[in-house]
Design a protein around this ligand. Sequence first.
Ligand SMILES: Nc1nc2c(c(=O)[nH]1)N[C@H]1C(S)=C(S)[C@@H](COP(=O)(O)O)O[C@H]1N2
Ligand SMILES: [Mo]
Length: 419
Amino acid sequence: MSEGAQDNQEHSHRVQGVRGLNRRQFLAGGVSLLAMSASSTLFDAQAEEPTDATDPMRVPGALPRSYGERSPLEKQVRLVASTSSTTPLQDLQGIITPSALHFERHHNGVPAIDPTRHRLLIHGSVNHPLFFTVEELKRLPSASRIAFVECSGNSRDGWGDARDATAQSLHGLTSTSEWTGVKLSTLLDAVHVQREATWMLAEGNDAAALARSVPLTDEVLNEAMVCYGQNGEALRPEQGYPLRLFLPGFEGNVNVKWLRRLKLGSAPFMTRWETAKYTDLLPDGRAYQFSLVMEAKSVITKPSGQQQLRQGFHEIQGLAWSGRGRITTVDVSVDAGRTWQPAQLQEPVLPKCHTRFRFPWKWDGQETIIQSRCLDETGYQQPIRDALIKVRGTHSSYHYNGIQSWKIGRDGLVRNVYA
Ligand SMILES: Nc1nc2c(c(=O)[nH]1)N[C@H]1C(S)=C(S)[C@@H](COP(=O)(O)O)O[C@H]1N2
Ligand SMILES: [Mo]
């Protein structure tokens, strides 16, 4: 039968449910999909027959609307705590996090800022201190970049003894957006930075008055941006509307939101956010300070914690990212780390950006543990938990990037375990 004839036949059998459509999907999907469907009940669901009133081919559809919403049938949401919310990593597709699902972390709420009254001051060790309005900033040469933001407290339960966790509750303090703004170097050129300036203080216009020191390294000068855009529109209030400092690959905390001030100086400013907080206590009682880079991490999001698995075919999927550059390899183990096989990396694979990986797998119903580990372009490999703890101890709350293990029980329930 020709493809067209088959289409017509399927169209006329439309009201018979999803079987006809699935047949076409099988044919398009090739042999492996066909083989696996025979052994699974996944594709046998029979759709309810629409009545005239619910048949979308018999009633006119909705009218255009000025600002869109997702389908009311889509229910995935952020998990909200008092000062943060997590991205439902297990429900995402591709690499972009919808702005409405971008994780949030704020130390004293989301301020309401009028962009027409907001100013960014750049001062300190500069020859020409300047105030910028948001409008003035937007008139400057701009750039866009797709990259992740991750709170250094993400995955912190890995240091302890997390139970019944989900991909979202464990690892959901990271999201990826397309960020648009003005390069920091463009702004620094405008104020004529003095030779002595090697550090920069960034301060937010929120009730926490969060302020962090950033070293003016080549990396920062090349990559930092003052952003006003997120995924094609203005920043969301939760992400720093109207302006945020964006430092690709650096811990979330220095990506100062509601940015009001940049002050140049010759030393770090030693704010409470880099002394009392956001330092990493080591086993010997000393602490790392200014551990700004987010090291490589990966997590299988499908299947993941608290999901219920059926026997048969699954495309294992997950996300991998590194604050040092591109992800070059993600390996997957489906036998508790005994053997590893490379996963397919979904294009585009961008530096300092979530990268989706895929790995076809057939679950035979036996108890097992599935894991992923990633390698970045600097040759850094995500460590197993024991190796990480050996170096870092368990006193820290930040920068946990150990390999995530999901145990699948005979009952098909997926659980977080330490392997
Ligand atoms: N002004 C200000 N900036 C801030 C914060 C804050 O509380 N106030 N929280 C920081 C922390 S701890 C993180 S992890 C990121 C979170 O960014 P997001 O809320 O856009 O995901 O913003 C950072 N920037
Ligand atoms: Mo954070």
